[in-house]
Design a protein around this ligand. Structure first.
Ligand SMILES: [Zn+2]
Length: 572
């Protein structure tokens, strides 16, 4: 049995994510996990909240709560919303877990032993007004690379360049706005990324099948003079993984924690440990996914992320993994995404612009969103959510094509025959042609899903739905019935079997709808239809069914206008 390990970029803890975040990692990762499971793979699908760092501290302060308590609450909120979107994680962990603390401290020790971590006495920005050293994100200023005036101390949001706070022009404290910043001496650990340049280059070169978006970003940062700078991996904070050498203290590093970007990706592995613990399994259970010396060498590991996360996943995290000189499972394929924009601008968390995950579920069921987001995934370029497009897509693809097909065939069968697959007649030329056509279309759909071409997969699935509709339109059993009831029975039989085929093929995209179809048609399972002809004969005459409730409600113009206004800005 093929084994597939899937991770989604970890959503940050400080609040509910918007639909752009969702379609950039967790949702396509779920699509692929569901597809691989349906094809019979053994799948381990992991995700977690990324909980350390200053933004969590700031958010907790704003909420008036201790940061640990704040993170625990927000983790539960995000987990609940993920369930609402039917994200089928095998485990949704936390980067603040015991497993991640231990593994992060262990890997730091290994990297130090391998000569890849250096202790550096350095100057750091100290704010007299605030009475503390300022971590990167507490400092903003002008980007020396592109001139953007709100670059953060760790990264410029405009040009994505990784920065150090001292690189900024005209820096100020984001806590107080103070500009009386001065540099003072303190000790920190540096990850010697530059030493790994050749190893990284060879490793990236070995990935000939990666998407261009992934490889181009990786190569850009690898070969850019500053892209692979040695990075400080410790911070003066209290919330985070305490700096230790494995189980032992690290002299001179008391009171410091690892930088969130060092420990967050390690949580991918630690999350496997959390999963095993939750299910009462031993270490061997997760190690067979993560250690090539313990069974993981036949695992295919796929990561999903937005393009802004690519440098960390192609350079920094691989430095940790390769540099540890331990047999960790390395990623085989990185699927990265461009950005989803919102109605003529950008989604904005700070301004509440756009649709956030909880709001989306409060107005429509998950499948509506899953279908639109996945069929418009920002793969080859950025894409844009507009309410007009969303309305058109839902009304046409889901309501007119799929929903209407199911409704017509089941209701017609009930009125002319009964609520059971009718007997009589047999498939003729027209049906044979449809089966041949669908066999090709299903093969095409599979090839896109195998390649994780999300939009192409959605288009191919839609074409399969359309083919059924066109058949029904042209076979017209309601007309045939008057002349030749046996022939009409065979047409309806095929139609009902088509619904079964759709339920199986569509479940990675719209799992709730497919669950409803499974119940209505009393399908024993949603196994993948490896043989389309066999699948279209699976429901035998006499097999009972129930006409399902209307699968999709159309979005009216009034609703569209109301939502357009509601989500224009300032989330209430
Ligand atoms: Zn910049």
């Amino acid at each position: 049995m093929a084994r597939t390990l899937i991770t989604s970029a970890l959503p940050y803890i400080n609040g509910i994510k918007h639909l752009g975040n969702l379609v950039g990692s967790q949702l396509p990762a779920d699509l692929y996990a569901r597809y691989r499971r349906a094809r019979g793979d053994e799948v381990l699908f992991l995700c977690a909240t990324d909980e350390h760092g200053t933004p969590a501290e700031i958010a907790a302060q704003k909420a008036g709560k201790p940061v640990a308590e704040y993170c625990a609450e927000l983790h539960d909120v995000q987990a609940e919303i993920a369930k609402g979107f039917r994200l089928s994680f095998d485990h949704f962990g936390r980067s603040s877990s015991e497993q991640n603390r231990k593994l992060t401290q262990h890997l730091a020790k290994r990297l130090f032993e391998e000569g890849l971590i250096e202790e550096v006495e350095e100057t750091q920005v100290y704010s007299e007004t605030d009475g503390r050293f300022l971590p990167d994100r507490y400092i903003e200023g002008t980007c020396p690379n592109c001139g953007y005036d709100s670059a953060r101390g760790d990264q410029c949001d405009n040009c994505t360049k990784q920065l150090d706070p001292t690189d900024l022009i005209n820096p100020h404290s984001t806590i107080s706005g103070a500009t009386d910043l001065e540099e003072r001496k303190t000790k920190h650990l540096y990850l010697k990324q530059s030493k790994m340049r050749d190893a990284l280059n060879d490793w990236i070169d070995s990935k000939a099948d990666w998407p261009i978006l992934t490889t181009s970003i990786a190569k850009k940062w690898l070969n850019d003079g500053d892209g692979l700078q040695d990075r400080g991996i410790t911070r003066d904070l209290s919330w985070g993984v305490p700096v230790q050498k494995g189980d032992a203290p690290w002299e001179g590093m008391e009171g410091k924690v690892f930088y969130v970007w060092f420990d967050a990706p390690i949580e991918y592995i630690a999350c496997g440990g959390e999963w095993a613990e939750k299910h009462g399994l031993d270490d061997a259970a997760w190690e067979r996914w993560w250690r090539t010396d313990k069974g993981a060498d036949d695992v295919r590991y796929v990561q999903f992320m937005g393009k802004d996360n690519v440098p960390f996943h192609t350079l920094s995290f691989p430095v940790t993994m390769l540099g540890s000189n331990e047999p960790w499972k390395m990623v085989d394929y990185i699927k990265s995404f461009n950005y989803l924009n919102y109605d003529g601008g950008q989604f904005s968390t700070s301004r509440g612009r756009g649709v956030f995950m909880d709001q989306a579920l409060s107005i429509l069921p998950a499948d509506y969103w899953r279908w639109w987001l996945l069929s418009h995934a920002p793969e080859s370029s950025d894409s844009e959510f507009t309410w007009e497009n969303f309305q058109a897509s839902v009304n046409k693809d889901l309501a007119d094509v799929l929903g209407n097909f199911v409704s017509r065939i089941t209701k017609f069968c009930r009125s002319k025959f009964s609520e059971a697959v009718p007997e009589g007649g047999s498939y003729g030329e027209q049906e044979a042609a449809l089966i041949k056509d669908l066999t090709e279309k299903v093969a095409e759909y599979q090839s896109h899903m195998d390649a994780i071409d999300v939009r192409k997969g959605a288009n191919a699935l839609r074409a399969i739905w359309v083919a059924g509709n066109e058949y029904l339109q042209s076979a017209a059993p309601w007309a045939t019935f008057k002349e030749d009831p046996d022939k009409a029975a065979a047409q309806v039989r095929l139609g009902l079997n088509l619904i079964g085929l759709y339920a199986r093929l569509s479940s990675p995209f719209i799992p709730d709808t497919c669950g409803k179809l499974q119940t209505a048609l009393a399908l024993p399972d949603l196994d993948w239809p490896e043989d389309v002809e066999a699948a279209l004969n699976a429901l035998a005459p006499g097999h009972g069914f129930a006409v399902p409730d209307n699968l999709f409600a159309k979005i009216s113009d009034e609703q569209r206008e109301e939502w357009q206004e509601k989500f224009a800005g300032t989330r209430s």
